[in-house]
Design a protein around this ligand. Sequence first.
Ligand SMILES: [Zn+2]
Length: 471
Amino acid sequence: MSNLYKGVALSSRKDITGEIATMRSMVDWLGDIAKHVEHIFCDSKAGACYTVTLKSGHWHDDLPAAIRAAGFATGGHNGIQVEADSGRGFDIDPDWPVDWLQEWETEQKATYGEVQGMTLPPGFLDRIREKVSLSDVASRWVKWDMRKSSPEKGDFWAPCPFHEETTASLHIDDRKGFYYCFGCHAKGDVISLVKEKQGLGFDHAVRQLAFLAGMDAELAPKVEATPEPQRPNLLQMKDLMVEHFDQENFLEVGVLTGWTQYIRSHDRLLRSLSWGDPDYPGHVLDLLTRMDEKKDGSIKELQDYINNKFADEAQAITEVAVFSSAKRSLGYNFVQPRNDVISVMMPFGGGFGPVYETIKAACNATPLPARRADEVWNSSVLINDILELINHSAVVICDLTGRNENVFYELGIAHAWGKPVIPITQRAEDVPFDLRHHRYLTYLNNSEGLAVLQSGLESRLKSLVGEKPWF
Ligand SMILES: [Zn+2]
C-alpha cells in the first residue's frame, strides 16, 4: 500500500497505520523541505528505520538538519537513511541522541571543573536549572516557531541563535533543561547558553542566573560568627612601644605576662630606653619576637595591655585594617563584585536628564547597561542599594558638576573599593584638587557638548569594559 501525502509517497513494510501516521507527521515537520522528498519508507522489521529518498536532482542544504529534526520530533530515535543522487546520501545514526547527550554531560563536567574562586553550595547548579526556565532565558535571543513548538510539553523550536538560518533547527527541551541545534550542533543547558550568548566566563554566567533565581545571596561569603583573632602585627606594636612606653610600662607588662625576669635582666632593653640609645627599637622588637615564638599567650596579653593603655594610639594603628574591611562595617552584606553594570552618579534634576541620556548612549557601545544611582537617593531608599549598585559596577561615572555631596560620597566608596571611576564635569573648578590628577572629562551641557562627551565616554568605556558584541 502506498500513500501520497503532500506529494511524498509513504510506505512501510507491514503497512501499519501508526507508521504511516508517523511518516505523515515527519512530512509536516519538513515543511517546505518536503518538496524535495520523493518517498519515505519505514522498515519496521529493522526497528523502525526509515529510508528517505530525495527527488532526483533535488538538494537543499537544510535537508540533513530538517530530516534529523523531523525524526527526533516524531519520537523516533531511529536510524534514517537518506538516499540522494550525486553521492549526497547520508545516514543518521540511530543512536545519535544518546551520543550527544553523553558528550554533552562530559563537556559539562569539564566546564564545571573550571570553576575557580567560587565555592558553590551543594546542588547549587541543579537548583538554578530547576528555578530558571531555559525557554525563558532563551527567548531573549530567539523567536519561537509556534507551529513546531508545544509549550505545554516544554517543547520549543526556534531558528538557532548560534548560526544563520531561517528554519527552526534549535530544539529546547524545557523539562530536561537542554538545547540542541540540528544545524550547527550547538548544545548545552541554561548556563552554557548564557555563557555562550553573552561571551561570559562560567562564574559570571552562574552569578547572573543566580541573580535571576533569587539565589545570589547564597554566593555571598559566610559572615564569621566569631572573627578570626587577628595575628598581632609585631612591627606596629614595636613602633607604638618605642614611641610611648616608659620603664613603668615595661614592668607592668612583665607582671602581666610573667616576663619580669627577662625584662629586668635584659642588659640593654631598659638601659637603652632610659638613655635614648639608637639600639633601643631593636631590643623592643627582640622582646616581641621572643614572646611571639614562646606562644605562652604573653604577646596577646601585651596587645591587650597596649589596647587598654594606649587606646587612641592603637586606634590610629588599626585604622588601616578597619578601612579595608569598610565594606562590612558600612553594614552592607558584601558579595563578590559582579561588574555587570556601569553606574552613573549624578545630581538629580537641574537639567541632568539629557546628560544621563548621553551617558546611556555611550554605554550602549559596550556590553553593559547604565544604571543611575540618584534614582535611588531620590526615593530615599537604603544606602545598601547604593552600595549594591557600586558593587555591581564595572565602572562608575561620577558627574561632579555642582559638587553634589551624594556624588562625592559615592565616588569615595567607588575609589575605596577599587572600582574604575570616570569623573565628568561641566566646570573644571568643581573637581576637588586631590582628584585633579585623575583624568576627568569636561563637557558643555548643549547638544554639541553632549556629542563630544558621548564619544569621549565611549572610548574610555570601551577600553575599560570592551565593545558590545556585534550580534
Ligand atoms: Zn545552530
